[in-house]
Write a protein that binds this ligand. Structure first.
Ligand code: GDP
Length: 469
């Protein structure tokens, strides 16, 4: 009798564990965006909100929190031992310093995993088990890496021609003098020497950084040149487009041209395809962060380039349209959120316009992605709210205003930054430059409190809503 009781108990345990495994889920949430779009701030605040969820975090639009079904959220070790850990503690340390600083931006890929224990709402799930766990794996990676996808469809000669066209823009050509002059000294059929190619590639990389900084360029390729991750100084990052004299036939990798062509192909195969195969293929959900405000401040060329860059990024989600996916792997992202970041730089009456503007920017891509069965949403948010909004009177009129501390001078200011265009800005907007965007210092914040934010709960509701039902 004792034996059969023991076997029954064992069976019950096994069945319980099996049901539990069925209820427990994993979700790989990828966070991307071009440099300084706000990825580090977003992930830091997201983890922080989740750690405070069900306690003192303000997440009224995230049903599991609003309904009191969250039982506990914990950071747990990541399953992927080869991926660096996201520097959450370091980021909180910087935000709680005196004076508070913004955390170090994203430079490569990193990951952080949270175990979210909750009480299911779904009746069937509840009958099986009182509690369930969602393992949320948040992966941070530079959006610049997605800009490389179009390279897969190009030969070295085609890419070089594209870059030659780019140099027709005077502002870009002006900054290119150092690498153009250095390359002009090389013969395409000269013997390949690392000692010559490495400094040439360094000058070219510097140009990419310069056009980003000076001209507000966004569509910079190859993306890994800007953010090489662990491949800094690797020979496969040491090539430049051949924009000089016509190239004689019959060259191989013992010549300058042939060596750069071989490296370009290697870059495509190992870095571009490798990223899609090893990482992108495993993502379940994706959020793309977009800072629309900086290019609005910089002017029409920068804004147009952001649009081009977003179009290049969107190609990664047009599974149905591109043949790449069939050849490479089957992606599984089923929800895609575009978030306009730093909404705390605007008065609340402008938040809707900011979301609409971002929607307009990505609309072309929306169409294709929807065809492929991806659920898409657009939102304006602030991961870490650095301002408070109120009203001031100006020449007898009451107008909305923001209060915060300026990032450069740390002085307290109250200002009205202006109106965001609701659709793609036209001539008149640029002529009047009605928008003046000031960078703010992070808020004064006590580490035991949740970070202040705007609409992170709405992002959570869209990205995780169905998983915690
Ligand atoms: P990353 O390169 O995408 O990781 O960008 P970061 O997260 O490092 O953000 C870049 C900069 O944007 C920060 O240093 C802040 O100055 C600013 N920033 C990011 N998120 C916010 C936000 O929610 N509010 C405000 N006011 N500024 C932000």
């Amino acid at each position: 009798w004792r034996n059969s009781q023991w076997r029954n108990a064992q069976w019950r345990n096994k069945a319980g564990a099996w049901v539990q495994r069925g209820l427990d889920q994993r979700l790989r949430l990828a966070v991307t965006g071009l440099s300084r779009s706000g990825k580090t701030a977003f992930i830091t605040s997201l983890v922080n909100q989740l750690e405070h969820a069900g306690l003192d975090a303000r997440l009224p639009h995230w049903p599991p929190a609003a309904e009191g079904r969250l039982l506990g959220i914990q950071r747990v070790p990541s399953r992927h031992h080869h991926v660096p850990a996201f520097g959450y503690e370091a980021a909180l340390g910087q935000l709680s310093a005196t004076p508070p600083c913004w955390p170090e931006p994203t430079r490569g890929i990193s990951e952080i995993t949270l175990a979210i224990r909750y009480r299911p709402k779904n009746r069937l799930k509840r009958k099986l088990q009182d509690t369930a766990t969602l393992y949320l794996e948040i992966v941070d990676y530079p959006g610049e890496w997605l800009l490389d996808l179009p390279l897969l469809g190009m030969s070295y000669a085609q890419w070089s021609e594209q870059q030659r066209q780019l140099l027709q823009t005077p502002a870009l050509a002006e900054l290119a003098t150092p690498w153009l002059q250095a390359g002009a000294l090389l013969a395409a059929d000269g013997p390949a020497e690392d000692g010559k190619l490495a400094p040439l590639a360094a000058a070219y990389t510097q140009w990419l950084h310069d056009i980003k900084r000076e001209c507000g360029a966004y569509l910079v390729q190859p993306g890994r040149f800007i953010l090489p991750g662990e491949y800094r100084d690797a020979p496969m990052l040491q090539f430049v487009p051949w924009v000089w004299d016509p190239v004689p036939g019959g060259l191989n990798d013992s010549h300058h041209y042939g060596m750069m062509e071989a490296r370009f192909e290697h870059y495509k195969k190992h870095l571009v395809q490798g990223f899609y195969k090893d990482f992108f293929a495993g993502f379940d959900r994706q959020i793309v962060l977009v800072d629309c405000l900086t290019p609005l401040n910089r002017g029409p060329d920068s804004f147009a380039d952001l649009r081009r860059a977003l179009n290049a990024i969107l190609q990664s989600f047009e599974y149905g349209k591109s043949g790449w996916w069939q050849r490479l792997f089957a992606p599984r992202i089923d929800k895609l959120l575009f978030a306009a970041t730093k909404a705390d730089h605007l008065t609340p009456d402008q938040h809707g316009r900011l979301a609409t503007l971002l929607g307009t920017l990505v609309r072309g891509g929306h169409r294709h992605a929807r065809l492929s069965g991806i659920d898409i949403h657009t939102l304006a948010l602030a991961a870490i709210r650095a301002t408070s909004s109120g009203q001031v009177s100006h020449q007898g009129e009451t107008i909305p205003a923001l209060q915060g501390r300026r990032l450069d001078k740390l002085d307290a200011v109250a200002l009205y930054p202006g109106e965001v265009p609701e659709s793609l800005p036209e001539e008149a907007f640029w002529r009047q430059q009605g928008f003046d965007f000031t960078e703010f210092a992070p808020p004064e914040w006590q580490p035991e409190q949740p970070l202040p934010h705007l609409r992170l709960d709405q992002a959570l509701a869209f990205l995780l809503g169905d998983k915690l039902s």
